[in-house]
Design a protein around this ligand. Structure first.
Ligand SMILES: NC(=O)c1ccc[n+]([C@@H]2O[C@H](COP(=O)([O-])OP(=O)(O)OC[C@H]3O[C@@H](n4cnc5c(N)ncnc54)[C@H](OP(=O)(O)O)[C@@H]3O)[C@@H](O)[C@H]2O)c1
Length: 229
């Protein structure tokens, strides 16, 4: 059995990934804030929960020990480098050769080749400014976190989520290297399937050193793309 750690296990994405990993026979260690441990009660006895902030290096060191993979929900919350400190701790302490899968949004670009619509850029700019103003989040810190991941010599994948919605699984999302590709035009993914893509990436070596931008396989843009093949 393979062992994996979910950093940020109690969030919406984390809670989707736990049963997906259990179904696949993984042993799971989850990290979440002390106050959120109860959100994982449904999985009591089936996973190990390590309470603590994901920026706490000692917590991450303990949680990732002996893991074959680490799934990191990279959230830019607050204005104290939450995302970059979390990413750095994982990069520093994950066992050599472990698969590291990070979540983020389309706004992250790996090579500058993504083609964003003016509306998308305006929204990102406004959200970055407003979130920072009220000290809710710092999107630039998520950019910094991903810059560090891209520069690392680990076996990483950075999964870039589109807009998200709740609902039943529609299957494994499709992906492209670049936002702006017609296959991504619909810009919507079920959150449960975002989790599915992260989990599937653990066993997909073709995604090592890729930053797939994803969209649901049932969206009009994905279906139109499939029909052309
Ligand atoms: N939301 C979107 O529309 C969207 C779109 C594209 C991509 N994404 C990406 O998807 C991933 C998950 O996003 P999500 O919106 O679905 O969030 P989520 O899964 O609910 O995760 C939020 C995480 O942040 C933690 N958190 C919340 N408040 C916190 C605080 N004040 N201090 C420290 N940690 C805190 C949560 O832990 P607790 O359980 O302890 O609260 C949880 O682990 C992220 O990487 C995001 O960039 C999201």
């Amino acid at each position: 059995m393979k062992k994996v750690c979910i950093v940020g296990a109690s969030g919406k994405l984390g809670q989707y990934m736990v049963p997906q990993l259990l179904d696949r026979g993984y042993e799971i260690v989850g990290v979440c804030r002390e106050r959120s441990v109860g959100k994982l009660d449904a999985f009591k006895g089936r996973i190990t929960v390590i309470p603590g902030f994901t920026t706490d290096r000692a917590v991450i060191q303990k949680a990732v020990a002996g893991c074959d993979g680490v799934l990191v929900v990279l959230t830019p919350l607050g204005v104290h480098q939450y995302a970059s400190k979390t990413a750095q701790a994982v990069l520093d302490y994950a066992p050599a050769g472990a698969r590291l899968i990070f979540s983020c949004g389309w706004h992250i670009t790996r090579d500058g080749q993504d083609l964003y619509s003016p509306t998308f850029l305006a929204v990102v700019k406004a959200v970055t400014w407003l979130a920072r103003l009220v000290r809710f989040a710092d999107l630039n810190d998520q950019v910094e976190a991903c810059r560090r991941v891209f520069a690392s010599d680990t076996r990483w994948t950075v999964v870039r989520g589109s807009d998200l919605e709740e609902g039943e699984s529609q299957g494994l999302p499709v992906w492209s290297r670049h936002v702006g590709d017609p296959i991504l035009k619909s810009n919507i993914t079920r959150r449960v399937d975002f989790g599915l893509f992260m989990v599937a990436a653990l066993e997909n070596d073709a995604l090592i050193h890729e930053a797939p931008a994803i969209v649901s396989c049932q969206t009009p843009s994905a279906l139109a793309s499939a029909a052309k093949i």
